[in-house]
Design a protein around this ligand. Sequence first.
Ligand code: ATP
Ligand code: MG
Length: 423
Amino acid sequence: MLQSQLFTKTRREAPKDEVAKNAQLLIRGGYLHKEMAGVYSFLPLGLRVLQKIEGIVREEMDKIGREILMSALSPLEPWKQTGRLNSVDVLMRTLGANELSLAKNDSSYILNYSNEELITPIAQQFNQSYKDLPVAYYQIQTKFRNEVRAKSGLLRGREFRMKDLYSFHRDEEDLKRYYEKVKDSYQTIFDRLEIGTDTFITLASGGDFTLDFSHEFQTLCDAGEDIIYLDRTHKIAYNKEIISEENSKKLNVDFAALEQVHACEVGNIFPLNIKFSKAFNYTYTDEEGKQQLVYMGCYGLGPSRVMGVIVEKLSDEKGIVWPRSVAPFDVHMIELQGSNEEVKAEAKELYRELIQEGVEVLWDDRDARAGEKFADSDLIGIPLRVVVSEKTLSAGKFECVERKTGKTALVSISELIGLLRHV
Ligand code: ATP
Ligand code: MG
């Protein structure tokens, strides 16, 4: 893509009221536009990153579930039925905005914050026999929550992206088996997102669904709002919220001996057991023709929050540093001295060859000073920068700079393509 065709620009300053590092950098880099606290629009670069993250999540989820897309609005009734209409402290509700609108329809709707109230009746409609189970549905969707503090940029949105997976089983054993499968799937996802080594399965409260613990995936991050007690040797952590003498005995862990660190919850998986099947009277017919309650699990993961976490963790004083797997482009091609026809032609040729090889290239074709182009390139954070300039052209070479390390090399087109294939 031509940078002149992005239709956005980098900014020297983030909005005054933006205090989160991730949002400051993403706004300055032209990835996001801030609408209000906790609400952002995704611009071309930002959308590409979000779609890469969601693409990885989707690829892994397709191995263990079926993708659907549920509505973002829902009626009040199912929320009354589960009792959550009055118990969820972040639940949002809509209403016509003015007299004219209200005169036509004065109904009020829920803006879904999670989708158990929708998915349970869907699963119930299609899976009523033991032969139909287990099943698992997932979606990647925008969620709404009335968060009090929305000062952490993408880490805590009032509107944000969530992948939510729901599974339905004949009994607790089958749920447990699947639950372990999801743990592995999540670990693969975080590895592919290149935050795997810093992400730890963390025991957390099971909420009111279960006496068991739930499992969070917590990524070490200074800006994270959670404190976890980390046991690096066993690659496991405990959320501060479950630290108690009782749990120390139950788990046989000396919490005081563990390292306390800030972390951000990027995923959370819950054994729901029969909480929702009971509320909707969702039973299936077993082999003996008897009705049994269905066992459920739910599994959340936040793609937009992950995007914020990556920026928080990997940026440096010059700007963002994307891992290759989620970078908006593989290569940032910088053409210097745009007036020089030879440089222009060479840039065009390099661009053509890279595209042909399936490399994603952002071509800075703007008529701007070298210093400005380099500073923007550092801020935007594409993993590899390739400079086309008069200086190296006579040797048929391009200057290649790795964003993360600053490592520089002079390479030919074929060397560059070889390099990109190997990463
Ligand atoms: P937190 O404790 O951080 O508020 P939660 O436990 O309420 O999160 P879940 O209901 O478990 O969140 O949601 C599933 C996933 O959705 C989370 O693991 C997180 O990745 C993401 N998520 C939840 N709330 C937000 C939010 N306000 N902004 C961005 N992502 C979110
Ligand atoms: Mg959670």
